[in-house]
Write a protein that binds this ligand. Structure first.
Ligand code: GLN
Length: 501
């Protein structure tokens, strides 16, 4: 009994980080739930441009954590970085609130506000996300068996926020009247402030290491000059202005993001593989990290359609009228998180049972299964829309079933991929190889925007020679993409496993 208590209880700090992350994800996913709707219904962007901008925005969201992690490690520490990032994100939401209030009366100003709000969200997220994730592990001694469970609990926090955010923001903002979208941004901003205040009040007392020392404080050798309030505020303004420019240029002027991301990956590969001190075995393991990171691109680029093409589909082609209540389109974006919370225990149980029988699949095999489930989800919805005329709305069961399958895929691939990178990376390159994983995510999100732009809106587009004229073709594109990636990874799985051992 006592032993059980010792091994399963967690430090209070975990719950502080849980709550902080929950409110932040409420803000992020609540805003994302209405983002393309706001773009197409209030700002009157067409679906192609809204999709591309969605890709630029979410792509950069996954790129800036590289910078935020770097600055925290060397200059600011985790705590300051999270608080500053949170404030910048809240500011982003408030700017978007004004954008949503003014889009009708002052379109020019609101366009400026829109890109500024997005840029602040990108900059703030870069400081918030990597630092809160890294604090979770620091609560425990190295090698503590509870760390995996801690990250699972933390992942629940992410998804409780991801489930509630779209519902609350949808209720206040996605009402059918475009003038109401601003309330969703306001709700997101308030959630972000709750997150910041929670951490500010509770961090020093509870977010402590095993010896009771507060975590995430300023690194010992950080230059004092860079810690002056003026330097910090100046730095944040500079970085936010840069991210505002980056999202604007990629969406409106020249789509450079793919090239930048490829350059990042090549640079990291060069740094790592040219290191003469690495053994052949270490290089092999790093090879596995690069390989699985490549395959996850096919997963996330299809999965992250949730915030773009699948939202268009929910809005226009899904029967959402229950008679007594019309389900807001944005609600569908909470399904993924709802399924994570409900299905995660099932997968934990499954791996445990298979483990007991010595039949637990290898990590690359599980990731291939994740891709396969994703393909299956798209096959399900493709079946649902086959031969359906564009004017007909289909049952909610198609989207809901698809999200259940996508989430099952996520549970096979995402936590496993993350811990694989952690386990295989040599200590000296731990952060840099985590960056490879994030960069693959960034690439996938940017690609998600490009693919969402192919959404059949009475037009025919071509993908490597294949025409996409209707929703069936569109969804089948993802079946083929994820299906082929799954098959290749299945065949590579045993080779990758050998390289890992
Ligand atoms: N939904 C998770 C989060 O928001 C994971 C997303 C991802 O890794 N692409 O943190």
């Amino acid at each position: 009994m006592t032993e059980n208590k010792v091994t399963t209880s967690h430090p209070k700090g975990l719950y502080v980080l849980f709550a902080t992350e929950m409110w932040e994800r409420f803000n992020y996913y609540g805003m994302r739930a209405i983002l393309v709707l706001f773009m197409t219904k209030a700002l009157l962007f067409d679906k192609v441009f809204a999709s591309q901008l969605y890709g630029s925005y979410t792509g950069l969201i996954y790129l800036t954590p590289l910078l935020g992690g770097y600055i925290a490690d060397r200059y600011w520490g985790n705590k300051r970085s999270i608080l500053m990032g949170g404030i910048v994100m809240a500011l982003g939401e408030f700017i978007l609130f004004f954008c949503g209030a003014l889009y009708h009366s002052s379109p020019e100003l609101s366009s400026l506000l829109f890109f500024s709000g997005l840029g602040c969200m990108i900059a703030g997220n870069g400081f918030f996300k990597p630092n809160i994730s890294s604090l979770v592990g620091q609560l425990y001694a190295k090698g503590d068996k509870r760390i995996d469970a801690a990250y699972t609990i933390f992942y629940m926090g992410i998804n409780v926020g991801g489930a509630i955010g779209p519902i609350i923001c949808g209720l206040v903002g996605d009402t059918g009247n475009p003038a109401d979208f601003k309330w969703a941004f306001l709700a997101g901003g308030i959630a972000m402030l709750i997150s910041v205040v929670t951490l500010k009040l509770l961090h020093d007392k509870f977010v402590v290491d095993v010896e009771g020392k507060t975590l995430g404080l300023t690194p010992d050798n950080a230059p004092v000059k860079l810690l002056q309030p003026l330097a910090i505020i100046g730095g944040l303004i500079l970085i936010s202005l840069t991210t505002i420019g980056l999202v604007y240029v990629d969406a409106k002027i020249f789509s450079y993001l793919f090239y930048l991301l490829i350059a990042c990956i090549l640079l990291i590969a060069y740094i790592v593989f040219s290191d003469k001190n690495l053994t052949g075995l270490e290089k092999q393991k790093i090879g596995v990290i690069f390989t699985v990171s490549f395959f996850v691109i096919f997963f996330w680029s299809a999965f992250e359609q949730a915030g773009a093409s699948l939202t268009f589909f929910a809005e226009e082609q899904t029967q959402r009228d229950l008679g007594f209540f019309v389900v807001p389109t944005s609600f569908f974006q909470s399904l993924n998180s709802i399924f994570v919370v409900t299905l995660a225990p099932l997968f934990a149980w499954l791996w445990l049972q298979l483990g007991k029988r010595n039949a637990e699949p290898s990590s690359p095999f599980k990731m291939a299964a994740g891709l396969f489930l994703l393909a299956l989800g798209y096959l399900w919805i493709a079946f649902g829309v086959k031969d359906v005329q564009p004017s007909i709305k289909v049952s909610m069961i198609w989207l809901t079933g698809m999200y259940a399958m996508h989430t099952s895929g996520e549970l096979c691939l995402s936590p496993i991929g993350l811990s694989l990178v952690n386990k295989l990376a040599p200590i000296k390159f731990a952060s840099l190889l985590m960056a490879v994983w994030f960069t693959a995510n960034a690439f996938a999100n940017k690609l998600a925007g490009v693919l969402s732009a192919l959404y059949p809106d009475g037009k025919t587009t071509y993908v490597i020679g294949f025409p996409i004229t209707n929703l069936y073709d569109f969804f089948m594109m993802f079946v083929v993409m994820a299906g082929v990636a799954a098959v290749i990874l299945f065949f590579l799985a045993s080779k990758l496993k050998k390289m890992m051992d």
